[in-house]
Write a protein that binds this ligand. Structure first.
Ligand code: FAD
Length: 498
C-alpha cells in the first residue's frame, strides 16, 4: 500500500495502554502516531470507566458520610441532588484529564490521527476518519506506514443476546451517562463494575437487586472480606440473587421485565421482576476481532484476545499488544505497565540499545480494588487460592475495631489481612516469592482500602516477611497502621533480631 504518512511506531487505541506506550516511545526518541476513533485520548478508563465512575463514587461516599453526621452531632438535613450539575461535575473531571493528555501528546510531538484503524498489511494501517460523539465515519481514509505497531484497542461491555434494545437497558457507559435515578434497578453481574455503579445509584435513591451466576459477589476477593462488605451494604439491596441466571427480558410499559433461572439443578428460582433500569455488567470482551489483525498476520483467539509473550510481542515480531486486549485482569494499571514494556523493547530494538530491548513484564502481582463503600482491595494470593493450591499460610488479621483512627472516623468495620508463606519447604519448588515466611498476599475491606493496598504490593514485590512489615514504623493514627499491625499479629512475638 502507498502510505499517506509513516512512523517508527503506530499505536492503535489511546486508552491507558495506548497513550502510555506512545508517550514512553516518544520520550525515547521515536516518531509516534496514535490512531483513535474517539474525539479525546484516554480510552475507556478516562472517558467511560475508572475516572467518571470515581468522580460519581466520591460524591456518593460524601453523601453517605454526611448522612451519618447527625449521630455525631452535626445534622445537614436531607440532600438535594441536582443531577444535571452532578453530571456536569463528572464531565469536567473527564475534560480536565483528557485535555491534559492532549497537551502531553502535543508536547511530545505524538501525532494523533482520529478514526477507525484496521490493518491492511504487516506494516500498514488504514484509518477511516470519524467525527462527532457517535464516531460517525466520514469516508475519508488515510494509510499510515509503520516500522512497529502496538495494538491497544481495549475491550467493550458484553451484551446479553436476549436483552431488548431499550433506553432502560444500559451498560456501564449508559449508567455513567446518569440520565435519571430509577426507583428499581437490576444489576446483572455481581462484579466490581456493577457494584460500583450500584453504589452510586443507590446512594442517589435507587433500590437495588443484583443477580450473579456464581455463589458470591465480587469474585476474586476473599469471602470473609466480601461478607463484611455485604453486611455494610445490605440496606441498599432488596434482593441479592446468587447462583442465579438471567434467562429473559422484555420491555413493557411498566419497565423491563426480567426472568431468572437457578444456575444449578435443584437451586431456587426467583420470580420475574420488573425494573426501571437494568445495568448489564456481566464482563467485557476484547476488541481483537475488529481490527483486521489477520491482514498483518497477528493471531487472535476465538474470544478476540491477542496472546503475547512477556515482552508483549504478538505472533508477528514487530507487532506488540497490551492492555485489556491481551487478557485479564482488565485493569488500567496493568495496561500502563505493559505499555512501558512494549515501548521500551521497540525503542531498544530500533536504536540497538540492548538493555532497553530486554525489557519484560515481570510483575509478581497486580492489585484489584472495588471502590465501593467500604472499599475492598486485594493483591497476590487470597486465602481461598492458597488453600486451593495447598500452600500453608500464616495469617495476620487486624480488625479495624482496634484502630484508633478507624474508630475516630466512625468507620471501624474494616479488616486488614496479610498472608505469609508457612510451607515447611517453601522456595524449594523454585517459585519466586514463596521463600519461607515471605508475604504472599494481602487484602483489606474498609474506607480508603484502595489507597493502602499498594504497600502490600510493594512488600510482595520485595519479598518482605512479617518482621520487615511489622517493624516498619507506620504513622499513628492512620488506617495504614493496620498493615503493620496485621504483620505483627502474623509474626506473634515479633522480636527484632538486628
Ligand atoms: P481502552 O481503555 O479500552 O482503550 C482502547 C481505545 O482504543 C479506546 O479509546 C477505543 O476507542 C480505541 N479503539 C479500539 N479499536 C479501535 C480502532 N479499530 N481504531 C481506533 N481506535 C480504536 N480499571 C482500573 O484499573 N481501575 C478502575 O477503577 C476501573 N474502573 C472501571 C470502570 C468502568 C465502568 C469500566 C468499564 C472499566 C473500568 N476499569 C478500571 C478498566 C479500565 O478502564 C481498562 O482496564 C482500561 O481502560 C484498559 O485500557 P486499554 O488501553 O487496554 O484499552
Amino acid at each position: 500500500a502507498t502510505a499517506d504518512m509513516d512512523c517508527d511506531l503506530l499505536v492503535l487505541g489511546a486508552g491507558p495502554g495506548g497513550y502510555s506506550a506512545a508517550f514512553r516511545a516518544a520520550d525515547l526518541g521515536l516518531k509516534v502516531v496514535i490512531v483513535e476513533r474517539y474525539a479525546t485520548l484516554g480510552g475507556v478508563c478516562l472517558n467511560v470507566g475508572c475516572i467518571p465512575s470515581k468522580a460519581l463514587l466520591h460524591v456518593a461516599a460524601v453523601m453517605d458520610e454526611v448522612s451519618h453526621m447527625a449521630d455525631l452531632g452535626v445534622d445537614y438535613g436531607a440532600p438535594v441532588v441536582n443531577i444535571d450539575k452532578l453530571r456536569g461535575h463528572k464531565e469536567k473531571v473527564i475534560g480536565k484529564l483528557t485535555g491534559g493528555l492532549a497537551a502531553m501528546a502535543k508536547m511530545r510531538k505524538v501525532i494523533v490521527v482520529r478514526g477507525y484503524g484496521a490493518f491492511v498489511g504487516p506494516n500498514h494501517v488504514e484509518v477511516e476518519e470519524t467525527t462527532g460523539t457517535a464516531q460517525e465515519k466520514t469516508g475519508n481514509k488515510k494509510v499510515v506506514a509503520f516500522k512497529n505497531a502496538i495494538i491497544a484497542a481495549g475491550s467493550q461491555a458484553v451484551r446479553l443476546p436476549f436483552m431488548p434494545e431499550d433506553p432502560r437497558v444500559v451498560d456501564s457507559t449508559g449508567a455513567l451517562a446518569l440520565k435519571e435515578v430509577p426507583k428499581r434497578m437490576l444489576i446483572l453481574g455481581g462484579g466490581i463494575i456493577g457494584l460500583e455503579m450500584g453504589t452510586v445509584y443507590s446512594t442517589l435513591g435507587a433500590r437495588l437487586d443484583v443477580v450473579e451466576m456464581l455463589d458470591g459477589l465480587m469474585q476474586g476477593a476473599d469471602r470473609d472480606l466480601v461478607n463484611i462488605w455485604q453486611k455494610m451494604n445490605a440496606k441498599r439491596f432488596d434482593n441479592i440473587m446468587l447462583k442465579t441466571k438471567t434467562v429473559g427480558a422484555e420491555a413493557t410499559p411498566e419497565g423491563i421485565k426480567v426472568t431468572f433461572a437457578a444456575a444449578e439443578e435443584g437451586g431456587t428460582c426467583p420470580e420475574p421482576q420488573t425494573y426501571d433500569l437494568v445495568l448489564q455488567a456481566v464482563g467485557r470482551s476484547p476488541n481483537g476481532k475488529k481490527i483486521a489483525a489477520d491482514k498483518a498476520g497477528v493471531a487472535v483467539t476465538d474470544r478476540g484476545f491477542i496472546n503475547v509473550d512477556i515482552q508483549m510481542r504478538t505472533t508477528v515480531p514487530h507487532i506488540f499488544a497490551i492492555g485489556d486486549i491481551v487478557g485479564q485482569p482488565m485493569l488500567a494499571h496493568k495496561a500502563v505497565h505493559e505499555a512501558h514494556v512494549a515501548a521500551e523493547v521497540i525503542a531498544g530494538e530500533l536504536q540497538g540499545n540492548k538493555e532497553l530491548a530486554a525489557a519484560a513484564f515481570n510483575a509478581r502481582v497486580i492489585p484489584s480494588v472495588a471502590y465501593t463503600d467500604p472499599e475492598v482491595a486485594w493483591v497476590g494470593l487470597t486465602e481461598d487460592q492458597a488453600k486451593a493450591q495447598g500452600i500453608k499460610v500464616k495469617k495476620g488479621l487486624f480488625p479495624w475495631a482496634a484502630s484508633g483512627r478507624a474508630i475516630a472516623n466512625g468507620r471501624d468495620e474494616g479488616v486488614t489481612k496479610l498472608l505469609f508463606d508457612d510451607s515447611p519447604h517453601a522456595g524449594s519448588d523454585g517459585h519466586a516469592g514463596r521463600g519461607h515466611g515471605k508475604i504472599l498476599g494481602g487484602a483489606m475491606v474498609g474506607t480508603h482500602a484502595g489507597d493502602m493496598i499498594g504497600e502490600v504490593a510493594l512488600a510482595i514485590e520485595m519479598g518482605a516477611d512479617a518482621l520487615d512489615i511489622g517493624k516498619t514504623i507506620h504513622p499513628h493514627p492512620t488506617l495504614g497502621e493496620s498493615i503493620g499491625m496485621a504483620a505483627e499479629v502474623a509474626h506473634g512475638s515479633c522480636t527484632d533480631v538486628p
